[in-house]
Design a binder for this molecule. Structure first.
Ligand code: GBH
Length: 452
């Protein structure tokens, strides 16, 4: 047990950062030899993205990163989670490397170093090269092998500047939602067997990234996955409801966290998927289940669970319509999600270093008035979530860092530019940045290391 009390500061080594992803902020979608990504293609399909918004310009971070890092540094933020755009490095997914892409990230990482900001680099945050999608995308091992080569290249090129690597962002989103529900690029609606196979291929890619970092990362380099596990919150914090929430958590996460930590798919998962179970080749789980240095969790919301009746292990509750949420319809406001996600991953899988790699909220109506956006709703969100994070640390749960999503308003995938997650406002006409009230608030938290 740590000795953190209600009002004490976060530990000195605790990392406070902000996060974003290449496709969502860079723009320059076809500049300096970058290849087309599946999102560049998908956003042009009528009806797929709100307002038909494209990623072509986004926040123009490609040309403005130096100013963005100056702003970040002025807020006292010293850690930034970014991603590298695979189609900038390999425009065709595999094939020839694009030197301009390498040079861009060299300049960007050098600028971060000048501003005293430590990079946390995600290798894949959904922008698959379209050329690989044309060869089957995540349904095919072609993509896994291309990713392995891409990971080798990136770790070799940037290993001297990057010590913290994140393999993949949110496997569920680029497999289940992208190949099953079709709401994310490439927008396919395949059956369960295909979807389960995309998930298995993603696990393999994760394993290759871990291998690449071990092989080429050099001393002191760390690597982990970022997962958006399904999170359960016990309705009451009693032993019965907690046990029910744990059982639900294990069930809902068996295909990703369960498989990684179990060294294979569980008998329960194989029974449940039956003929739709993924095809596994010998050696796959030697890669997938390699030890990692930390677990990244993207925490936004949760499901309330209580103990079941009549022998059921749990009961998950549907939320009433009046339950509070952000403007993102899926984003029900459940601050305890952060506490329980961390606690479950520590207790059920033995993780000893956990980072919240994303947490934040999306709203539609945020206007600059008198040089400021008064986003008290976001300040409230942050404060409530930081309280639960603090409680986790006080209970001895090893959470070592927190990255707020997001630094600046950006391309919210199928919701386009209308839905804003930033603590810095972006005017998409002028591309001007304006720190919101929540940015000032977060800066004060980071400076004092206390919840104000
Ligand atoms: C993260 O995903 C992403 O990593 C980030 O890029 C994104 O901008 C940010 O969060 C904010 O959305 O269609 O009803 O099944 C968020 C996690 C999980 C949110 C799946 C949308 C779909 C709900 N996502 N969810 S549904």
């Amino acid at each position: 047990m740590s000795t953190l009390t209600y009002s004490s500061p976060f530990p000195p080594s605790f990392v406070f950062g902000v996060a974003a992803a290449a496709a969502q902020i860079e723009g320059a979608a076809f500049t300096d030899g970058k290849g087309e990504s599946i999102w560049d293609r998908f956003c042009r399909v009528p009806g797929k993205v709100a307002g038909g918004d494209t990623l072509d310009v986004a926040c123009d971070h490609y040309n403005r990163f130096d100013d963005d890092f100056a702003l970040m540094a002025s807020l006292g933020v010293k850690h930034y989670r970014l991603s590298i755009a695979w189609p900038r490095i390999y425009p065709q997914g595999d094939g020839p490397v694009n030197k301009n892409g390498i040079n861009f990230y060299r300049r960007l990482l050098a600028s971060m170093a000048r501003h005293g900001i430590t990079p946390w680099v995600t290798l894949f945050h959904w922008d698959l090269p379209q050329a690989l999608e044309d060869r089957g995308g995540w349904t095919s091992r072609v993509t896994v092998n291309a990713f392995a080569r891409y990971a080798d290249t990136v770790v070799k090129e940037f290993g001297a500047l990057v010590k913290n690597w994140i393999t993949l962002n949110e496997i569920r989103c680029f497999t289940l939602l992208a190949y099953g529900l079709g709401s994310k690029a490439p927008g396919r609606r395949e059956g369960k067997a295909v979807v389960n196979q995309t998930c298995h291929h993603a696990l393999l890619a994760h394993g290759h990234a871990v291998r690449a970092v071990r092989e080429f990362g050099g001393p002191g380099t760390r690597v982990g996955l970022t997962d958006n596990c399904d999170v359960s919150v016990p309705v009451t914090e009693t032993p019965d409801d907690i046990a029910a929430a744990q059982a639900w958590f294990l069930d809902k996460n068996e295909h990703i966290l369960g498989a990684i930590h179990g060294g294979g798919y569980s008998p329960a998962y194989l029974a449940r998927t039956g003929v739709d179970a993924p095809q596994v080749q010998p050696g796959d789980f030697d890669l997938i289940s390699q030890p990692t240095d930390f677990l990244g969790l993207n925490i936004y919301t949760a499901t309330y669970v209580r103990s079941g009746e009549g022998g059921e292990p749990y009961e998950a509750l549907a939320l009433p319509a009046s339950y509070p949420r952000a403007d993102s319809p899926w984003l029900n406001l459940v601050p305890q999600a952060i506490y329980w996600a961390a606690r479950m991953c520590h207790e059920l899988y033995g993780h000893r270093s956990i980072y919240v790699t994303e947490n934040g909220c999306g709203y539609d109506e945020e206007r600059v008035v008198g040089g400021e956006v008064v986003d008290l709703h976001r300040r409230d969100f942050l404060r409530n979530h930081l309280r639960e994070l603090h409680r986790a640390i006080a209970d001895g749960i090893p959470v070592d860092g927190y990255f707020l999503w997001s630094f600046v308003d950006n391309y919210e995938w199928e919701d386009g530019y209308g839905r804003r997650f930033g603590i810095v406002h972006c005017d998409y006409e002028t591309l001007e940045r304006t720190p919101k009230l929540s940015a000032r608030y977060y800066a004060d938290v980071v400076r004092t290391r206390t919840i104000l």
